[in-house]
Ligand binder design. Structure first.
Ligand code: CA
Length: 230
């Protein structure tokens, strides 16, 4: 079974700081993406599921507190660590009001950041384990037993099909591109010309959608795929 590395979004307009955090996290190993302003951060959150977000408070276009509130609305389970140069109580309270899970004052030591990131991921992982089952309409995926069921009937999946289905279900309601799928399910970047992803999508469609009146795996022409009920 492929284990997806924890994926962290860093939204920080000081590029040096952003790269410093990304490089540090990638030695751990986590996967990390950088957005250099609040709007780019929003766009990334719309496009893909993250396991954790690190948000600077003072950001161009959309500030960190507003972005944090947006994360809470879009991906309520995602832990948020706020970064700020200002360490006053009022700022901390504003961050927690916006839904931040933790707070780190700049300048910080990387090991301190890493400790906070690990603690937040551990906490959210425990909550995810409690949830155990992903659902889209009458399709269920049990993350512990690795069983898939549609309308109560068991669906046999290969290891790769399971990982692909988990990725699609975790991103339900969002368009995922072939490149997103290749990077997250196969752990490597694929030439977009290859139809490998499409082949596996077809395997899943045959098993999940073929005999069901409501199709759950949708093709979004020119963009990729989306899992949703309607
Ligand atoms: Ca800043």
């Amino acid at each position: 079974m492929t284990v997806l590395p924890a994926r962290v979004l860093i939204v920080e307009d000081e590029e040096k700081v952003a790269q410093f955090i990304k490089k540090g996290l990638e030695t751990q190993p986590f996967a990390a993406d950088i957005a250099l302003d609040g709007q780019e951060g929003k766009d990334r959150i719309d496009r893909q599921a993250y396991d954790l977000a690190i948000l600077d408070v003072n950001l161009p276009l959309v500030d960190g507190l507003e972005l944090c509130a947006y994360v809470r609305q879009k991906q309520p389970q995602m832990p948020v660590l706020m970064l700020t140069a200002l360490g006053t109580t009022a700022d901390k309270l504003a961050g927690f009001d916006a839904g931040a899970d933790d707070y780190l004052v700049k300048p910080f030591d990387f090991m301190e950041l890493l400790a906070r990131v690990r603690a937040l991921l551990k906490r959210s992982q425990r909550q995810a384990d409690d949830a155990e089952v992903l659902r889209v309409a009458d399709l269920e995926l049990n993350l512990q037993s690795k069983e898939a069921r549609r309308g109560g009937a068991e669906i046999k999946l290969t290891a790769r099909e399971y990982t692909l289905l988990e990725y699609l279900m975790r991103n339900q309601g969002r368009v995922v591109s072939r490149v997103d799928i290749a990077e997250n399910v196969w752990d490597i970047g694929f030439d977009t010309g290859t139809n490998y992803v499409d082949v596996y999508i077809n395997y899943l469609r045959t098993k999940i959608d073929k005999n069901a009146p409501v199709k759950l795996i949708h093709t979004v022409v020119g963009l990729g795929y989306m899992m949703k009920e309607k």
